[in-house]
Design a protein around this ligand. Structure first.
Ligand code: GLC
Length: 486
């Protein structure tokens, strides 16, 4: 039965995506240097340092990487849990150390906004407006396509230009991605670590000049050039620092981002705003971003299980957060996603876990909205399965290829839990109704040996979000007063 629902949802989404006129995407795009580590590679790195020192450093849990020991400790923590993580690196010499001691297998477009811009352009969204504050010629080449535009000020005027015209030499950012495999068996002193899941550690290099910001000159006029958008997808907030050399603090960048959202919604009041979350190491910044950007200005949030726990942790829900960290059981994930939805007063929270997605959404769009959501999640799952197999998305139709991957069916337990203990009622396959929400759960298509895991989460969240937009967009003319295309 799920296979039939999948097929229908994918075919329908391929048609409906035609309805999306424009999506604004910001902020982070970078080059990813990817290394696929083998068991021997990891053991060799571990053997480079003293095992007692390593275990001590793992217990200390470095929140930034200043030395090779910090790096190996965070890698082992990630491998031990099979949990993805993104850790900042301000010590730029670590890049040289990695080139010498690890090396890379592949160089790709990375960064959530970079991956999402590329994805939306391939899904043939009519106008993808990408704002990347540090757009380098190399990244611009990678996102260039005739439906991608970048807002810039030229000769004192705000205009949209192709990425290769918007870029600047000398800018740009490079991250390292260390991918590892399920089943790796590593010895650290007398401890044995066995990796439970394919995943990766991201070393996010943060040169001192990086800013998540739109300068006033553009900010004050952005609405003149992004006059009609159906939605915006924002990410990269993890780059915001507490303090900067020029005396500014994170508050300045949070305010700036809120201002960007407000400007965009001034001319497209019906536009929905999605934030793609990730690890934000500093708790205070994490909380501020959640409360001041997400809660007050955003409709939709996408994240994985660890990120749900990290978000709940700073919002005063430590107990459920620690239950999720200890065991990613589906009922804990449901509970955590629901709490985030309620606490942040969002329209939808989409959690992607291995084997299933859970989306809690408001009742505003009725059961039809929940059905749209289910189809959106199914399309996202099929598309992502094809990306996991091929390493890239080239068109909407790629989702058809994903249909051949079998579903990883483990949602029955959760459905039973919801109806038996949570007082929810099943209204349709994969859709249950709670007091103030619909919970949409779908079993996903899981590829056994993904080409790479990096970027899959972004693909899931962004594609599900735009399918939602495509169906909501049908009556946009009712709401949107400014549409230069009409
Ligand atoms: C983060 C990382 C980037 C990676 C992306 C994948 O944005 O900074 O390197 O490509 O996540 O989701």
């Amino acid at each position: 039965m799920w296979e039939e629902l999948y097929e229908e949802a994918v075919k329908d989404a391929i048609k409906e995506l035609e309805n999306v006129d424009g999506v604004f995407v910001a902020y982070n795009a970078n080059i990813d240097l990817i290394r696929f580590l083998s068991e021997e590679d990891v053991q060799r790195l571990v053997d480079m340092v003293d095992s007692r020192e390593l275990i001590r450093r793992m217990t200390e849990y470095p929140r930034r990487i200043d030395t090779p020991l910090d790096l190996i400790a965070r890698l082992m923590i990630s491998i031990e849990g099979g949990k993805a993580a993104e850790v900042p690196v301000y010590a730029m010499e670590i890049d040289g150390w990695l080139r010498e001691n690890v090396g890379f297998d592949e160089k790709r477009l990375g960064g959530q906004a970079g991956i999402i811009t590329h994805l939306l352009s391939r899904l043939d969204i009519r106008n993808v407006i990408a704002y990347i504050p540090w757009l380098s010629p190399e990244i611009a080449e990678l996102i260039e396509r005739d439906n991608v535009f970048c807002p810039v000020i030229k000769n004192g005027k705000p205009i949209l230009v192709p990425p290769t015209e918007a870029c600047e030499k000398g800018k740009g950012k490079t991250n390292w991605i260390l991918e590892y495999r399920k089943g790796m068996n590593i010895t650290v002193g007398d401890k044995r670590i066995v990796c439970p899941r394919d995943n990766r550690l991201i070393l996010s290099f943060r040169p001192p000049w990086i800013r998540i910001e739109m300068k006033n000159e553009l900010l004050n006029r952005i609405h003149n050039i992004c006059a009609h958008i159906d939605g915006a997808i924002l990410s990269g907030y993890q780059m915001i620092k507490k303090e900067y050399e020029d005396g500014t603090t994170y508050h300045h960048y949070v305010r700036n981002s809120v201002e960007v959202i407000k400007r965009l919604r001034e001319v497209s009041p019906n536009a929905k705003v999605h934030v793609e979350f990730t690890s934000i190491q500093d708790r205070e910044i994490r909380e501020t971003i959640l409360r001041e950007i997400v809660k007050l200005n955003v409709h939709s949030l996408g994240l994985d299980a660890v990120e749900v726990a990290n978000a709940l942790n700073v919002l005063g829900h430590e107990e459920i957060a620690s239950r999720i960290i200890k065991r990613e059981r589906t009922e804990n994930l449901f509970e955590g996603t629901k709490r985030l939805f309620q606490e942040l007063e969002l329209e939808r929270v989409h959690l992607h876990a291995l084997g299933h997605y859970i989306c809690i959404r408001s009742k505003e769009d009725g059961v039809e909205g929940a059905e749209v959501e289910r189809d959106a999640l199914l399309f996202a799952s099929a598309l992502t399965a094809s990306r996991a197999m091929k390493g890239d998305v080239k068109s909407r139709e790629d989702a058809l290829l994903g249909l051949h991957v079998p579903v990883y069916n483990d949602i029955d337990y959760l459905l039973e839990f919801l109806t038996r203990y949570e007082g929810c009622e099943t209204v349709m396959e994969g859709i249950v109704e709670g007091e103030d929400f619909y919970c949409v759960i779908v079993p996903t298509k899981v590829v056994d040996n993904p080409v790479a895991t990096v970027g899959l989460g972004d693909t899931i969240s962004a594609s599900a979000f735009v399918v939602n937009l495509s169906k909501l967009s049908k009556d946009k003319s009712l709401f949107c007063p400014v549409n230069p295309q009409n």
